[in-house]
Design a protein around this ligand. Sequence first.
Ligand SMILES: [Zn+2]
Length: 90
Amino acid sequence: MTEGQAGQEAACDLCRGGELFDLFGHDREGHRVTFALARERISIIDQLKSMSEEELLKVRGIGAVGLSLIRERLKEGGGLNETLHQRQVQ
Ligand SMILES: [Zn+2]
């Protein structure tokens, strides 16, 4: 609990928070990706992990920029990129 930037993490005007919002962050790009996923009923990291890159590219509003953000974040979250790769190869 730090003072100063009041409620930067806890309170967001744009979303109610959640696993994916925490993963992608509350900046413009993070929200864009997370809301795009939410429209596809993807709201938890496990669902995201089970998707291939091809499937993610089909999600409206994600695109190449969103995909690279997803890849990056999942990698930071523990090498989940491997799963995406395997699925893509099939
Ligand atoms: Zn937010």
